[in-house]
Design a protein around this ligand. Structure first.
Ligand code: ADP
Ligand code: MG
Length: 303
């Protein structure tokens, strides 16, 4: 499913003294099959943006929009595959089944007594009326989802989610979303708060899911090395606007501007700048492998 967003703005507490403009005329297209990164400092609008993609946050009604259009620019467009999210009649339940959303710190939302019940909840929640999966179908789906998330069913199914490690809890929470087989998987800071090993495991998991389960993966992330290594494309948000929307190999050529925006840059981009100051030009795509290749090529050696 292709995601098309045009002229999307969002204001919290509109019309009150506490109004906050969280998104300001955002336009982005995310193609099917991408591993898409959303970057930006805290408060730049990343979470507000991704919550629009499965209709958790809605566009204003068309009446309000018409009124607003007389005051300001063109109408917003928000389309996910065949779903038009600006249409109130859209089947948002069907949309949510196809666009899975993993919130920040999703383990706080684990609630069931066993891992298997928690993951099954995600499945049963989306089942159409009168079409509840049988216990056998449910077990099969939960088994597959846990295994896709690197957790063995026989070992984990009967455990309490609260007895697991931080990284395991997070993977159970992700299993509870992928169990309904969404085509698009959106994750808000999926590696936040985990130790380096937990982070690596979650990122490897997302790549496996992208290969086998979900056509498109969208992650909100602070980790620039992660973005440089893995994303097909990334958008940089600042004060509710999109300032860059580029593949990493082009994005990190703007390293100095990113630093000015208060963002970190990948290690490869830092090293490239340091070498440039010493008069050495390195041409690479900002992955570690390609950086090493480029440096060795300067020395006339092969990687
Ligand atoms: P990010 O995810 O990039 O940190 P958010 O989308 O959470 O940014 O927030 C964008 C802006 O909207 C911030 O100024 C934030 O304080 C504000 N904001 C976010 N959620 C709410 C809310 N529920 N009510 C009021 N303001 C909010
Ligand atoms: Mg956020």
């Amino acid at each position: 499913m292709r995601i098309v967003v045009e002229h999307l703005s969002h204001c919290y507490n509109a019309g009150s003294p506490f109004a906050v403009k969280a998104l300001d005329d955002v336009s982005l297209t995310i193609e099917e099959g991408e591993f898409y990164g959303i970057l930006g400092h805290t408060g730049s609008g990343k979470s507000t943006f991704v919550q629009h993609l499965n209709g958790l946050l809605r566009l204003p009604s068309s009446l309000k929009r018409r009124k607003k259009r007389r005051e300001s620019g063109p109408s917003p467009v928000l389309r996910v595959g065949e779903f038009d999210l600006s249409d109130k009649k859209t089947d948002f339940r069907a949309l949510r089944k196809r666009v899975g959303m993993v919130f920040q710190y999703p383990e706080y939302q684990l609630f069931a007594e066993t891992v298997k019940d928690d993951v099954a909840f995600g499945l049963l929640n989306f089942a159409e009326k009168g079409k509840k999966p049988s216990p056998e179908e449910t077990e099969r789906a939960v088994r597959d989802a846990l295994s896709a998330c690197g957790l063995d069913y026989d070992e984990f199914a009967e455990k309490s989610p609260f007895d697991l490690s931080g990284g395991q809890k997070r993977r159970v929470a992700i299993a509870g979303v992928v169990v309904s087989r969404p085509e698009v998987l959106v994750l808000d800071e999926p590696a936040a708060g985990l130790d380096p090993l937990g982070k690596r495991e979650v990122m490897e998991l997302l790549h496996r899911l992208h290969d086998d389960w979900c056509k498109t993966v969208i992650i909100v992330s602070h980790d620039m090395d992660e973005i440089a290594e893995n994303c097909t494309r990334a958008a940089v948000f600042s004060e509710g606007r999109v300032v860059f929307d580029l593949p990493p190999r082009e994005l990190f050529l703007h390293a100095e501007e990113l630093v000015r925006l208060g963002l970190d840059i990948p290690l490869t981009a830092k090293l490239r700048l340091a070498l440039r100051e010493r008069g050495v030009a390195v041409d690479c795509d900002f992955t570690e492998d390609d950086f090493v290749r480029a440096v060795l090529a300067l020395k006339g050696e092969k990687a």
